[in-house]
Structure formats: structure tokens, C-alpha cells
Ligand binder design. Structure first.
Ligand code: MN
Length: 258
């Protein structure tokens, strides 16, 4: 099928297929997920200049990064969650690379998420989407468009006294996608793949628990999902090949028809 690849190159060159960047900028200002106080907090990202054409490195500029694996736009591997800790090929370095590429199913719940920051995708939402767009294919990325990536400052984490309020998935929805649709994983625009209040769900952090227990992946802090069609785009989301890595910041790209 060399012909398919040469056609793809032609379509990219002509602009009929676009490369859409689903990645947030990564900096020391990137917000990190706030955890309940009893847990170890995610480190604040630190990106520092190592050298900048200075006497120690007159020809070179480089930075040193000290960041958690789960920072900014990033990939969650099954080993990230205790439910996935003993699965085969569950870490950043052992996942087969073809599983980083798949068709995108984009579920647009921007309006619902604006009306209710605790909006949860239900199995009925999935079935309604499928009546419009066809069955979610095996090994696809299911992306929740909430327009949350357009929020800035405190509105992005949306913290209250009882924790964050951000949209996500009912446990039954994660089960449906993982076991009945056999997806690659889910992607969201929020800071993590679980709803803000999911620490109170059964099981706690149900999307992480169910998806990673089923060997599925997560993508968090995506953007530009409003530029994707409901179907027809291809997402490429590859983590750094960190040995036994639980996840990593990623440059997540979509190929989409123009
Ligand atoms: Mn994560």
C-alpha cells in the first residue's frame, strides 16, 4: 500500500488534508492536576535554561526540564493506574507503537459542559452519537470536546471547596468504551481524563480505573478539538519512550480532511 502513503503526501502538500495540533503549550505556567490533600501533589513544571550561547556553551541553547509525566498535554499508559499495573505491554516503552495511531471519534458536548461543569457522558450519549455517525470503531480514540481548553486562569481547573468541577464520563460509559467498543482510549480537554468530582465515584477516578484496567490509554489537556470532524480524522499520540514510564507529555497531532 505504498500508494496510500504517496496519496497521503499529495493530500498533505495540497492542503486537502491538514495537520491539526491538539497540544497545549508546555511551560512553567502549565496548570497541573490538583489532588485531594492526602495525596502527593503533582510537581509544578520547571523548565530552566541550561545554556544559552554563553561562555559554557557558546554555540548552543538548551533547557532542562523537571516535570511530572502527567503534565500538560499528555498520554496516560495503563501502568499509571493500580488496575493496570500487571498488564502486559502497559508502559510507555512497551506499548506497541501502532497503538499510538487511530481514527478519532469526536463527541461534541461543549454546550452541555458550558451549562454544567460537572457534565458526564452517559452510555445513552454514546448510543445517540452512534446513531448519527456509526458505531465507534475498535482501536479508535474517543475524544470529548468540551471547549474546556478555551478556559484560562482559574476557570480551567475550576476548583471549589469540594474539589474541581470539570466534565468527564460516567463509570458505565468508560466500561462501554473499553469493553464493548474496544477503543484505544479516551481524550479530553480537561487536566485529567476523569471528571473533576470523580474521586467520589465508584470506583474512585472511574475512568482511570476502568480504562487502564482494560489496558486502554488516556489523553489529557487536548485542544483544538473544535477543528476536528466527528469522524474521519486520524490521531497520532505517542508518549516519550520512558522506561517503565506511566505516561508522558506528548505532541498530539490529528490528520483531518480540510
Ligand atoms: Mn495523566
Amino acid at each position: 500500500m505504498a500508494q496510500a502513503l504517496s496519496m497521503l503526501l499529495d493530500e498533505l502538500a495540497s492542503g486537502r488534508v491538514r495537520v491539526i495540533d491538539l497540544t497545549q503549550p508546555l511551560s512553567n505556567d502549565t496548570p497541573v492536576i490538583p489532588l485531594p490533600p492526602q495525596y502527593t501533589q503533582t510537581p509544578i513544571p520547571s523548565i530552566k535554561v541550561h545554556s544559552r550561547y554563553d561562555p559554557g556553551a557558546p554555540f548552543a541553547y538548551s533547557n532542562v526540564l523537571e516535570i511530572g509525566e502527567h503534565t500538560g498535554t499528555h498520554f496516560d499508559a495503563p501502568i499509571h493506574w493500580v488496575t493496570g499495573k500487571d498488564l502486559p505491554e502497559n508502559a510507555c516503552d512497551t506499548i506497541a507503537p501502532h497503538r499510538f495511531v487511530g481514527p478519532a471519534c469526536v463527541l461534541d458536548y461543549a454546550r452541555e459542559s458550558a451549562a454544567d461543569p460537572d457534565f458526564l457522558v452517559t452510555p445513552d450519549h454514546i448510543l445517540a452519537w452512534e446513531r448519527m455517525h456509526g458505531r465507534i470503531p475498535k482501536a479508535s480514540w474517543v475524544l470529548l470536546r468540551s471547549d474546556w481548553s478555551k478556559r484560562t486562569g482559574d476557570a480551567f481547573l475550576n476548583m471549589a471547596d469540594d474539589g474541581p468541577h470539570t466534565p468527564g464520563w460516567l463509570p458505565e460509559t468508560s466500561r462501554l468504551l473499553a469493553y464493548e467498543r474496544d477503543v484505544l482510549g479516551v481524550g479530553v480537554e480537561t487536566v485529567g481524563t476523569d471528571a473533576g468530582q470523580a474521586g467520589r465515584f465508584d470506583p474512585p477516578y472511574s475512568n482511570h480505573s476502568i480504562m487502564h484496567g482494560a489496558g486502554k490509554f488516556g489523553l489529557a489537556s487536548l485542544r483544538n478539538l473544535d477543528q476536528l470532524p466527528a469522524t474521519g480524522a486520524i490521531v497520532i499520540a505517542a508518549p516519550l519512550k520512558i522506561v517503565r514510564g506511566s505516561g508522558s507529555p506528548a505532541r498530539v497531532l490529528a490528520l483531518a480532511p480540510n
